[in-house]
Design a protein around this ligand. Structure first.
Ligand SMILES: Cc1cc2nc3c(=O)[nH]c(=O)nc-3n(C[C@H](O)[C@H](O)[C@H](O)COP(=O)(O)O)c2cc1C
Length: 237
């Protein structure tokens, strides 16, 4: 697919593909981005030719990109991770996790990030394809609504607590391997969702839940950039 479409950028999560496959991606001229959740992962990615490293802090919504370690207790917050990665690698670093307004963007840039990757803040945009139950839970979410769980898919990911996470996790030792945990939940999930319940649905969300509802993604992006510039201007005074 990459050789046919020749994208300018290819972004990887959970590490990188085997060296021969990565070389084929590089051969089409695509810049390689990949997520690191620790300093060790960032250095590993740089060694293998990544052009940009996404430093994903523990606040982030969705799957943790962790791939060299499975020890969740030693995962690092965005504030601590970004500047250590920036200091250790020569390639640009993109900050991810818990950034959802202009202050967050400005803070990431102050830590030395070249840019930010924002997921959760866009989940209530009209372009987002989240399910109705997910949308409802996102609208009600607060700072402590989420936890990192492996019971939804088999890999650790941050989402809003639901019945499955409360009763089976949020972390469990005996879950089916990724992504098969999600497959075994399909029927339960569909039955619950048809009754407007989010008991078994993955409700991905970071620790900074979306604040702006219904704003188109492009407008949100422009607003976040304008706010960040304003914050940086104020701080320069
Ligand atoms: C619903 C959702 C789906 C995501 N899917 C992917 C994905 O497919 N690949 C990826 O690299 N990161 C994915 N992420 C993680 C984001 O790239 C990013 O690390 C994270 O959203 C940043 O933290 P934030 O959610 O607090 O903004 C996803 C995040 C969310 C919330």
């Amino acid at each position: 697919v990459v050789e046919e479409l020749r994208p300018r950028v290819v972004s990887f999560h959970f590490g990188l593909p085997a060296a021969d496959l990565l070389s084929r991606v590089q051969a089409v001229g695509a810049k390689i981005l990949a997520s690191a959740t620790t300093l060790e992962e960032a250095l590993w990615l740089e060694d293998r030719g990544c052009d940009v490293i996404i430093a994903q802090g523990l606040e982030a919504g969705g799957h943790r990109g962790m791939f060299l370690s499975s020890d969740l207790s030693r995962q690092i917050g965005t504030f601590a991770l970004v500047r250590q990665v920036v200091d250790a690698v020569r390639v640009p670093v993109v900050a991810a996790g818990g950034i959802g307004d202009g202050r967050g963007v400005a803070a990431a840039l102050a830590l030395g990030a070249a840019g930010v990757q924002i997921g959760t803040a866009y989940l209530l945009c009209p372009e987002s394809t989240v399910s109705p139950v997910h949308r409802r839970e996102l609208e009600a979410a607060t700072a402590d609504s989420t936890a990192v769980t492996n019971v939804q898919t088999g890999r650790p990911a941050r989402g809003i607590l639901n019945r499955l996470m409360r009763e089976q996790g949020p972390m469990a030792d005996d879950v089916p391997e990724f992504p098969f945990a999600a497959s075994v939940l399909v029927s339960l999930r569909q039955a619950a969702e048809s009754d407007s319940r989010s008991d078994f649905s993955p409700l991905w969300c970071g620790q900074y839940p979306p604040r702006r509802r219904g704003m188109p993604a492009a407008e949100l992006t422009r607003q976040l950039a304008a706010e960040a510039l304003e914050v940086m201007r104020e701080m320069a005074l």
